[in-house]
Design a protein around this ligand. Structure first.
Ligand SMILES: [Ca+2]
Ligand SMILES: [Ca+2]
Length: 214
């Protein structure tokens, strides 16, 4: 084969491969672990007991007791070296009284939700909630997920808390934890970013140049 044609074919192949590999993909993740726990009054920052059953998902801080909910997502399905373009935490909350100020904190998880996870600090966002029921929230967690993926973390953890405290909470706010409305982490990423993609692109361009010179 004419070397010039050969080079052009190689270039076309490499550039086509590159553009395929750098096209973004999106995965929607369900949580793999979740827990709700209480810091008994007077609250001291150490969470004392998990609340099971229908209490899963509760979020309340009345200044005396403090109830938080934490959940974790596995990042195992994200390919190594993926470049995160965007990440959104979607969830639905009920807040019969309000408005409530709700904070979302991120931490590196381990696939198990427990008492320690409630007190992990890493503020991502704070939203004013309600009063209302079935309130859909979409929290931008791009920077947090990008940092976790870059560090090779296996799990992304979040805890949800009410901050600052309310004087009185007759109706405890909660996150819908079951069914189609349960928390979901949606990540849009490029499978092979940066160095490798640039290298492939560079090879393609070198090939093109050779073809032109040939
Ligand atoms: Ca305590
Ligand atoms: Ca954990």
């Amino acid at each position: 084969m004419n070397p010039r044609v050969y080079s052009l074919l190689i270039s076309a192949f490499v550039l086509a491969s590159w553009s395929t590999m750098v096209s973004a993909a999106t995965i929607d993740l369900a949580y793999v672990a979740a827990a709700t726990a209480i810091d008994e009054g007077p609250q001291d920052g150490t969470f004392d007991a998990e609340l099971g059953g229908d209490s899963l998902g509760q979020v309340d801080n009345n200044g005396f007791v403090n109830i938080r909910t934490a959940f974790e997502f596995s990042l195992a399905t994200l390919p190594d070296g993926a470049a995160v373009q965007s990440a959104t935490l979607s969830l639905v909350m009920n807040a019969g009284e309000g408005p409530r100020q709700i904070e979302f904190h991120g931490y590196e998880g381990d696939g198990v939700a427990g008492l320690d996870d409630m007190a992990m600090d890493g503020l991502i966002d704070s939203v004013s909630l309600g009063p209302g029921f079935g309130i859909a929230l979409a929290i931008d967690v791009t920077a947090y997920i990008d940092a976790l993926v870059n560090s090779g973390a296996g799990f992304a953890g979040f805890n949800v808390r009410e901050e600052p405290a309310n004087a009185a909470s007759f109706v405890i706010a909660d996150i819908v934890m079951q069914g189609g409305a349960r928390p979901e982490l949606s990540v849009t990423f490029v499978p092979l970013p940066g160095a490798f993609g640039l290298m492939l692109g560079g090879l393609g361009l070198i090939g093109l140049r050779r073809a032109r010179q040939g």
